[in-house]
Every structure is written in C-alpha cells, then in structure tokens.
Ligand binder design. Structure first.
Ligand code: NDP
Length: 333
C-alpha cells in the first residue's frame, strides 16, 4: 500500500468543503492508488458542521481514507500537510470596503501561511479557493517563510471550465472538441478568458464563433457566470467549485495530459507565481496558461498576445498590483 497523502482542507464545514470531501476520499483527486488522510480546519462556529461531515465520511467506509482529524488550530491542522486546500475565507459583506476585506482575510491567511511554513510537509502544495483568492494566496505565501513561492497557487480552474463549457455550447460541440483556452489575471470580474489560441475540432475558435461574440458577450458571460448561478439557484456555485479545486490539484500532482495527434499538449489555467512571464510583474499570483509535469506547473510560453489581449491582461494584472499594494500598506505581507 502506498504512503498516505495528508490533505488539509480549511472551511471544511462549509458548502464547498462538503462537496469536495467525499470526492477526495473516494480517490477523485489523487487517483485510486493513493490513500489519503484528511485534516479539517474550521473556525469554532464551523466545527459542528465539519464534525457532521466527518461522521458521514466514516459512514462511507471509503477504502482509501486512512483517517480524519478536526481542529480549529492551523498549527495542528497543517501538520504534515502535503496538499492544502484553503477554502474558508471572509467573503465581501454588504458595505465592506476593499481594505476591510483584505484586512479580514489577512487575519486568516497570514496565520495559515505561517503554520504551513512551520508545520507542513516539505513537498506541500497549496491551492487557495476562498476569495479574493489570488491575494489570499499571496498573503499566505509571503508569511510562509522558506516554502518555495511556486507552491502557492489560486484557483482559476472554475473560470477555465466555465469558459470551455460556454464555448462548447455556443459552437454546439462537445467540450472534448475544445482546446487552447486561457484565463489570464485575477479570479475576479476583470479576468480575461482568451480565445485567441483556442480551437474547436482543431479550427480556430474565433473563426467558428466570431470575434464579435468571442471578444464581447463571451468574456462578460464567463466572468459573470458566478452571479448567473446565484440568481438561478439562489446560492453560489458549490459542486462546480469543488470539482475545479479537485481538478487543479489532480493536474498539479499527476500532470496534465500529453499531446494527441501530434498537436501541442493541452493546457489549462491556474493562478501561479509570476517570474515576469507575459509582462506580469514578478511575485504576483496571476492566472496563466499552464501545463504540469513532474509535480510542477509550467507556464506555456511563446504565445502571441495581440493588442486586444494585451489591454485585457494588463487591466486584470493592474488590479492584482493594487491588491498587493493594499496588503503591503496594511502590513499583512
Ligand atoms: P463556501 O464553501 O460556499 O465558499 C467558501 C469560499 O470559497 C468563499 O469565500 C467563496 O468566496 C469562495 N469561492 C471561490 N470561488 C467560488 C465559486 N466559484 N463559487 C462559490 N464560492 C467560491 O462558503 P461557506 O460559507 O459555506 O463555507 C465557508 C466555511 O469556511 C464556513 O464553514 C466557515 O466557518 C469557514 N471558515 C473557515 C476558516 C478557517 O478555516 N480558518 C476561516 C473563515 C471561514 P465568494 O463568496 O467570494 O465566492
């Protein structure tokens, strides 16, 4: 039997946590050969709900699940973590200013970053789901001591998957016909779903759906899909967010698919540490086109960026720069 992987999930008593836990324990994230140990972190008022989830996990008798532990102390919950899924966060409340939002999240992600730096396993990989995800990831990273910056990522996989799904629907083609979509920038309304290199059955997507749609309503629809879901189901996306988190970690650990039919290997999107690629300032955690191999994300380099894309990427990255400046001014990093 393989050595178990320790997975720490924060906000484990919340909705996304509830949707993710059972799939992780069933092997959807790390595959059918990898036993898992779950460590659930909650704040005191979320503990009952996390306890309930732990009881149901026991009642599933998942063969891969070697143990579940609960804690409200990050120093305990991140002990030995190989994978950390940071879901619990402080979402923007009514009338909350950006500074208040960032300060509230600094109080969550600063201590969590420090606990990861001290207690997590040497190979720890961190994926932040809780919003504002990119900047929460930056706060955790900058508090995590000598954990390599590349180990801190934020999710744009749900945006990516939405972008694939909406393009497939528009073209009346299956999602498997689509490749080469990229989400750039911040996981926020400024994100840029980019079709310039996307293909549908190997043909340029822009030729199939038209530039007017692809560079207009499409971008807005992807960016506002979360609000659309809230309006229809009277609650935010949960299962699709959990699914995206699982796919992000799965691809990171196990690798993205190899090339088919002699074409380029498919890529996906993830917000990862910038070393200055595509003009994104170094140190920001920004979404890029990425592949994964050997347990590391690699940015797909050399894609052409036209004037329209440049403007969109720069606008979203400017928002990340402003968020970084704000958390620096607040002394959170
Ligand atoms: P959810 O489980 O539905 O969401 C958790 C976080 O994920 C939210 O901040 C949400 O931000 C974010 N998120 C990111 N992408 C998406 C998306 N596409 N769709 C929906 N949400 C997304 O929230 P709950 O309120 O049900 O649960 C949160 C839990 O976290 C609670 O149990 C709370 O006690 C816990 N918590 C734990 C902390 C800790 O462990 N230290 C700290 C703070 C909270 P947004 O709303 O902006 O979309």
């Amino acid at each position: 039997r393989n050595t178990p992987t320790t997975i720490t999930l924060t906000g484990a008593g919340g909705q996304i946590g509830y949707a993710a836990l059972f799939r992780i324990a069933a092997g959807d994230m790390l595959g059918p050969d990898r036993p898992v140990r779950l460590r659930l972190l909650e704040i005191p008022q979320g503990m009952k709900s996390a306890e309930g989830a732990a009881m149901e996990l026991a009642d599933c008798a998942f063969p891969l699940l070697e143990g579940v532990e609960l804690s409200d102390d990050p120093n305990v919950a991140f002990d030995g973590a190989n994978v950390a899924l940071l879901v619990g966060s402080r979402p923007r409340g009514p009338g909350m200013e950006r500074g208040d939002l960032l300060a509230a999240n600094g109080a969550i992600f600063g201590p969590q970053g420090r606990a990861i730096g001290v207690h997590a396993a040497d190979d720890v990989r961190v994926a932040v789901v809780g919003n504002p995800a990119n900047t929460n990831a930056l706060i955790a990273q900058r508090n995590a001591g000598d954990v390599p910056a590349e180990r801190f990522t934020a999710l744009t996989r749900l945006d990516h998957n939405r972008a694939v799904g909406l393009l497939a629907a528009q073209a009346s083609r299956p999602v498997t016909a689509i490749e080469g979509i990229t989400i750039w920038g911040n996981h926020s309304a400024t994100q840029y779903p980019d079709l310039s290199h996307a293909t549908i059955d190997g043909a340029p997507a822009i030729d199939v759906v038209g530039a007017e749609w692809g560079r207009g309503p499409y971008i807005e629809r992807v960016a506002k899909r979360g609000a659309e879901i809230i309006e229809v189901r009277d609650g935010s996306s949960v299962a699709s967010a959990a699914n995206a988190a699982i796919e992000h970690v799965r691809d990171w650990v196990l690798g993205t698919p190899a090339a088919r039919d002699g074409g380029p290997a498919p890529w996906t999107s993830a917000a990862i540490h910038s070393r200055g690629e595509y003009g994104v300032p170094e140190g920001l955690i920004s979404s890029f086109p990425v592949r994964s191999a050997g347990g590391e994300w690699q940015i797909v380099e050399g894609l052409s960026v036209d004037e329209f894309s440049r403007g969109r990427i720069d606008a979203s990255v400017a928002e990340l720069v402003a968020e970084r400046e704000a958390v620096e001014e607040l002394g959170l990093v």
